[in-house]
Design a binder for this molecule. Sequence first.
Ligand code: ZN
Length: 214
Amino acid sequence: MGNLDTLIQDLVIANRILAREEVVDAYGHVSVRHPDNPNCFLIARSLAPELVGLEDIVELDLDGQPVRPEDRSLYLERFIHAAIFAARPDVMAVVHAHAEDTLPFGIAQGTKLRPVIHSGSFIGTEVPVWDIADNFGETNLLVTNMAQASDLAKCLIAAAITAPTPLMPPSPTLLMPSGLSGLGASSVTSTSTAGVSRAVERGGHAAPPRVIAP
Ligand SMILES: [Zn+2]
């Protein structure tokens, strides 16, 4: 089995695991950069992650457009993945989800998302928050074009540049509030396996600062 076939198989498994662990609901999605062409990425067509199979994986360019003619619907928020892959050449996998464990931290003013044990430390000391309302005003809370998605990706670039300490890396996670409705969270990693693991860990091993041991 070639590199591409293996990666597509992994991506299908990633969809199923993230659905099983309730990290993604019917609207979340996971993607991986194409192994042979860094200017493209692989993601499922618009489909609930728990139903994704090999035949559902499509190849998109960094504008979020299908590389080959595609009649099937695509995720409306696929631009999030395209813009992050374009802005961060080091990123090989992206998970965008609306996991309920993280949603409150996108809108809480005084309580930040913080790691509480070592396996949650990958989120860093400061998780950036991007609010679509800041530059795009009132919307339907979906990231539906490259202008919005590129604005979002700038937050992850800034986080990567300002590494807090040698032991706590820049956050690979971005929270996305808007008004009173949580948009969700986007996470980036160097491999799809790490992406699945961290997306699951992010929900279970992060909490408000009040529970951090002294
Ligand atoms: Zn979303």
